[in-house]
Each structure stands twice: as C-alpha cells, then as structure tokens.
Design a protein around this ligand. Structure first.
Ligand SMILES: *[C@@H]1O[C@H](CO)[C@@H](O)[C@H](O)[C@H]1NC(C)=O
Ligand SMILES: *[C@@H]1O[C@H](CO)[C@@H](O)[C@H](O)[C@H]1NC(C)=O
Length: 212
C-alpha cells in the first residue's frame, strides 16, 4: 500500500515535471486570485502554559523556526524580511503573503521565511527524494490572539493556515487550534490530503516540547 502510494506520488511528480511550463505559469504569484483549496486539516492541542507564555513562541516570529522544524521532514529554515501589512477586516479572512508591505508603524507584523521539505519516496533510496522549497509569511494579530501562516512551494502546493489561541482552565492553559486549507495538483490530492492531516497532527502534538 505504501509502495503504491509512493509510486503514485513518484509518477505524479514525473508528470508534473513534464508539465513544468504550465507549473511555472501557475506560479506567477497569482495568489490569492487562483487559490482554490482542495485539501484541509483541522486540529487543536492544549498546552499547559498561560497564553502569555505560549503566544510569543507559537504566535510571533520568535519561535517560528523552532515550530516549523518540529515537522519531521522540514529543514533549512531561514528568516527573511520582517515588515507589516494592512488588512481590510480580520486577519483570519485575509491573504497577505503577496500583499505589499505597509508603511512602518502600520498594520500587522509579518515575517517572511523559507525552508525545505524532503519527502522520501522509497526509504533508503535518497536519490528519489523529492526536495520541496517553500516560501511563506507569518502574520499575527496579538490583540485578538490569531495568526495567519501562508506558504507556496516549487511543487505547486499552496497552504494557508489560521491559528487561534484561547485561554482555558482559568488562564492556566492554552488551547491552540489550527485550520489548514491547501491547494495541490489534482493527481496528488488523495496523497496530499491524507499526509497533510497526519503531518499536521504529528507537528501540533509536539508543540508542548517548545515549553519544557
Ligand atoms: C487574547 O489573550 C489575552 C491573554 O493573553 C486576553 O487577555 C485577551 O482577552 C485575548 N483577546 C481576545 C480578543 O480573546
Ligand atoms: C480548542 O478549540 C477548538 C476550536 O475552537 C475546539 O474545537 C476544541 O474543543 C477546543 N479544545 C478545548 C480543550 O477547549
């Protein structure tokens, strides 16, 4: 079963390599106009720390690299420019990754970043590994305890993730909940959908390790 999934993934990468010309035109950053999510994931974890401890680490650029690298396939995190962005309405409804920076002192803080994901197609055969380069922004609304994570990759996968922080147990603990909406090539949808949920839950289940 695993092998079938791997070969389906491999052949779809070969197909998408053949369609590189199409891919490139899609990747002219047409986000958010052409963003049509076809996979999703919803999950939450409780961290036994107050929101005032959790938010700086999981809600701002302070712990961004650390929590991205909790994803087992992530590496080479690099922080880019830090700027800010103006949003019409609420951050959770906005798309800011490709938006122009606001004048200094205005809008929500935004951190640009990049990292690499290495997907092993067949364990042990590292020459088959699929190496994905991701670029993204992380933007936060500290007053409302909500953040927005957005990435695009050179394998035509686009992700938008809203994270909410809520005080529970009289402020002793924090509920961190996330909704991911993503878009990937049609042929990869079944694999991406199931891998996204598995990876999302595995990563969030490790968030508590950033506070120990
Ligand atoms: C955000 O969290 C703080 C605690 O750090 C809380 O006082 C505040 O009411 C929260 N804001 C909203 C809009 O829930
Ligand atoms: C955390 O928040 C999510 C989303 O609102 C909710 O579904 C879940 O029940 C909450 N968990 C706790 C322990 O409050």
């Amino acid at each position: 079963m695993k092998f079938l999934a791997a070969s389906a993934l491999l052949s779809s990468f070969i197909l998408s390599a053949n369609c590189r010309v199409v891919d490139l035109s899609l990747r002219q950053d047409s986000y958010p106009a052409d963003f049509k999510p076809n996979f999703d994931s919803v999950f939450s974890v409780v961290i036994q720390k107050p929101l005032s401890t959790v938010f700086p680490i999981l809600g701002t650029n302070q712990g961004l690299g650390a929590h991205i690298l909790l994803e087992s396939i992530a590496s080479d995190f690099e922080e880019g420019a830090a700027d800010s962005v103006n949003v019409d309405g609420n951050l959770e409804d906005a798309f800011v990754r490709t938006a122009a920076a606001a004048p200094a002192g205005q809008g929500f803080p935004r951190q640009h970043f990049s990292y690499i994901e290495t997907i092993k197609i067949i364990p042990g055969l590292s020459f088959l590994d699929v190496v994905v380069h991701l670029d993204g922004t992380y933007t936060w609304d500290e007053a409302r305890n909500i953040t927005l994570y957005e990435t695009s990759s050179d394998k035509s996968v686009v992700v938008r993730k809203v994270r909410r922080f809520e005080e529970i147990d009289g402020g002793a603990a924090t509920n961190v909940s996330e909704i991911i909406n993503g878009q990937c090539p049609f042929l990869e949808q079944p694999i991406t959908q199931s891998q996204a949920r598995t990876a999302h839950q595995a990563q969030m289940n490790l968030y508590h390790t950033l506070f120990e």
